[in-house]
Design a protein around this ligand. Sequence first.
Ligand code: HEC
Length: 132
Amino acid sequence: MKKLLFPLFAIAIACTTTIVSCSKDNEQDLGNNNPPDGGGNNNCDTANMKYAANIQPIISASCYGCHANGNVSGGVSLGTYAGVKAQVDNGNLLHVINHDPGYPAMPQGGSKLSDCNINKIRSWINHGALNN
Ligand code: HEC
């Protein structure tokens, strides 16, 4: 009984077609995002600031502990738009968050708001401090 052995060899030919697919993403210049209103802070978007979406969350996070929900430190309530607007109109709001001389620095005993957040509030005030 004779077996015909086919010398099956080297069928597997190494297809060394190394296709290096180098999909190179377009590099975008993400560096310069200066706000148009002179915020002077890269990567801080201060355009079209809205009270509900942009400003109230900052106040809530940093000020509500002493100025909302029954707390009216210094007689100041910031829990509502009207309360915040009153501090805008009397000029105190920007002074206290800027830590300007002659005003109690806010948040009291806490760290100053970031430049970005201060610029957002300033931009919102400069555009009328609307209840938007
Ligand atoms: C830990 C408590 C506390 C936090 C947090 C706090 N405040 Fe005050 N705030 C006070 C106290 C106390 C006074 C009264 C201080 C005084 O009259 O010297 C005051 C006073 C003020 C006044 C009145 C200033 C004046 O000259 O009459 C404003 C405006 C004010 N805070 C805004 C804010 C804002 C905005 C934030 C958040 C960024 C904030 N506060 C966070 C405790 C706090």
